[in-house]
Write a protein that binds this ligand. Structure first.
Ligand SMILES: Cc1cc2nc3c(=O)[nH]c(=O)nc-3n(C[C@H](O)[C@H](O)[C@H](O)COP(=O)(O)OP(=O)(O)OC[C@H]3O[C@@H](n4cnc5c(N)ncnc54)[C@H](O)[C@@H]3O)c2cc1C
Length: 570
């Protein structure tokens, strides 16, 4: 065993070696790194209402992301130690196994309310001082435990408004960000620079020795045994989660196969995706193309960012440096094709999206109850269609005599009769990702046209999105529902047909995902059955009838929202 003090680096949603503050700190202190990932109990068994359990798509991506991190670490002659169980117990047992050679435990912070709780308990436990009544050994005497900010640009507690309260409006929040980055916090947007070598890591051989000696309490796992595709319980998820029960059941296994094709996990793939975004000029035309779901006009980095395969700082810096000439020389393909330097406004089109991500985490930190409750109290009383009431003849049926439950399923399956909504839901089911503009339209349809609680939509996204992220998902749904910070006003009820005509004018996106509308003309594609033309109806006969009439539902929703307002002001 090495004489150099060892530092455990806990990897979580920071599955990368570059710009990793915990890792950087360990090597700056001359420690040897023992890289650890814990597949925590709550990933499978946690409270579903708090989104503690991982969704199926998340588990699938995680498998490949861990594989990639393992491979990167093995290039340094070391090994990612994968453990399973309760974080605190597993780490405690692991430290015991190393006797006194572990001197530090470092990690980058997580911001989900349940993770803050677990990590606070872990820190307290590992740093507690000797107490004569304590049954467990006090580690605080020799263990240094530190957490770092590696997943956000600014930690949520560092920023308050002029009234010393958390911001609840995006524009002043983002202005403050840009202001700080041009001044006192300029260092926050510079990725850490360091070189790793085999000397920085505990060797694979040393780790293997420990594995052989590991007995009680440390359940060491190989990646394959920990979360092989077979172990993901995808076939069982219907039983665990009412939402997904019997959704296209025969496709559970094909679901894994097709979804796997879209996975670009790991640090190298994330960097390649960022480079491609820059080199194909997409970063420069982001403002013009970001609302066109038929184009690849956005970065599609959300999943890489969620798993921390690339840091938000690396992405921010790459785009921000586009006008300083730094990235330009590295990305010759871009030269000549566009005007440099990139204007501030163009650059900010994209950077603002990263600040939305920051805002979402900020809100989740300051208002943790909002992961499943409305930020605006009055929305607790909104008259959602009840999913409990599935009796025929109930008032929850719509004109087609469907219960709320059946309507939810139609939405999940992309069979609402509104092409842009259905195309989006099929894209999600097929690829594990959905364009932001379409997320907004599909979410609005569920919440305002079907009047089904946003939490049902958030659960479905949680299970099927690769980028499922508690902060971003919560903010997205609360925004659409009108119940969150800086949310869409209650009276803004998207007509699902109008944005379809605006953002997918030729129906290219719709045709990509809806096979039954292939023969439909551009003129009719946004509302194929509305014309009443029998010839046309024959052409699209496999396409479902509209689940609801938007105009009728809109009026009902507006009336319900008005009641809320009256309640709030009375
Ligand atoms: C109902 C709803 C649910 C959503 N759920 C999620 C989710 O679970 N996970 C998730 O990452 N995003 C979510 N979003 C936000 C947004 O749709 C995605 O981040 C975006 O579509 C990802 O594509 P991209 O990487 O190409 O984004 P780009 O347009 O290239 O943006 C760059 C990055 O900025 C961040 N970002 C962009 N838009 C937003 C936004 N509105 N809110 C927060 N961050 C943003 C993302 O990290 C994204 O990767 C949701 C939006 C809505 C309306």
């Amino acid at each position: 065993m090495t004489a150099v003090p060892l530092a455990i680096i806990l990897f979580r949603n920071d599955l990368r070696l570059a710009d990793n503050p915990a890792l950087h700190y360990a090597i700056s202190q001359g420690k040897k790194i023992l890289p650890v990932f814990i597949y925590e109990d709550h990933f499978d068994n946690g409270n579903e209402a708090n989104f503690e359990r991982l969704g199926a798509a998340t588990k699938l991506w995680l498998h490949y992301s861990l594989k990639s991190l393992s491979e990167s670490i093995s290039k340094y002659g070391s090994k990612l130690l994968i453990l399973k169980g309760n974080q605190l117990e597993v780490l405690n047992a692991l430290i015991d196994k190393f006797e006194n050679s572990i001197s530090s435990v470092y990690w980058n912070r997580r911001y989900e309310p349940h993770h803050i709780k677990l990590d606070t308990e872990l820190k307290e436990f590992l740093t507690h001082e000797a107490d004569e009544n304590a049954e467990i050994e006090a580690r605080g005497q020799y263990l240094e435990v530190k957490s770092f900010g590696g997943n956000l640009l600014i930690e949520p507690w560092e920023l308050l408004n002029k009234q010393s309260k958390p911001y609840q409006v995006y524009t002043p929040f983002s202005k403050q960000y840009f202001h700080l980055f041009e001044g006192s916090m300029a260092d926050r947007i510079r990725p850490l620079e360091y070189k790793l070598s085999a000397d920085n890591f505990l060797s694979k051989e040393d780790i293997s020795k420990i594995i052989e000696n590991a007995g009680n309490g440390v359940e060491l796992q190989s990646l394959e045994s920990l979360c092989s595709i077979e172990d993901l319980n995808l076939r069982d998820r219907g039983e665990e989660n009412k939402n997904t029960k019997n959704i296209i059941p025969e496709q559970y296994h094909p679901w894994v196969d097709k979804m796997t094709k879209y996975i670009k996990a790991g640090e190298t793939k994330a960097r390649e995706a960022l480079d491609e975004f820059i080199q194909t000029n997409s970063a420069l035309s982001y403002g013009e193309k970001r609302n066109s779901p038929f184009l690849k006009g956005t970065s599609q980095l959300s999943t890489n960012l969620h798993f921390g395969e690339i840091s938000v700082r690396q992405v921010y810096a790459a785009i921000n440096n586009l006008d300083s000439g730094k990235e330009i020389s590295e990305n010759k393909a871009a030269i000549g094709a566009v005007d440099f330097p990139l204007s501030k406004a163009k650059k900010y089109d994209y950077l603002k999206q990263l600040i939305w991500r920051e805002f979402a985490h900020y809100l989740m930190y300051h208002f943790p109850h909002t992961v499943n409750q409305p930020l605006r109290e009055e929305f607790k009383h909104f008259n959602w269609r009840s999913l409990d009431d599935i009796q025929a003849g109930s008032e929850n049926q719509n004109a087609n005599k469907l219960t709320a439950h059946q309507m939810l399923k139609k939405w999940q399956q992309g069979e609402t009769g509104y092409p842009i909504v259905d195309a989006g839901m099929k894209e999600l089911w097929e690829t594990g990702w959905m364009h932001n503009r379409v997320r907004m339209i599909a979410a609005s349809f569920l919440v305002k046209d079907l009047r089904i609680h946003w939490i049902e939509g958030a659960k479905w996204f949680w299970d099927t999105l690769f980028d499922a992220d508690l902060a971003n998902n919560t903010m997205g749904w609360q925004w659409v529902a009108g119940s969150g910070a800086d949310a869409a006003p209650y009276f803004r009820i998207f007509n699902p047909t109008t944005p379809s005509e605006r953002f997918d004018p030729d129906g290219v996106y719709i045709k990509r995902w809806l096979k039954s509308l292939q023969e439909c003309s551009v003129k009719n594609i946004h509302a194929p059955l509305a014309s009443g033309d029998l010839r046309l109806i024959k052409l699209v006969q496999d396409y479902p009838a509209r689940l609801i009439d938007h105009e009728i539902e809109r009026k009902i929703a507006l009336a319900e929202f008005k009641k809320l307002r009256l309640k709030a002001t009375s």
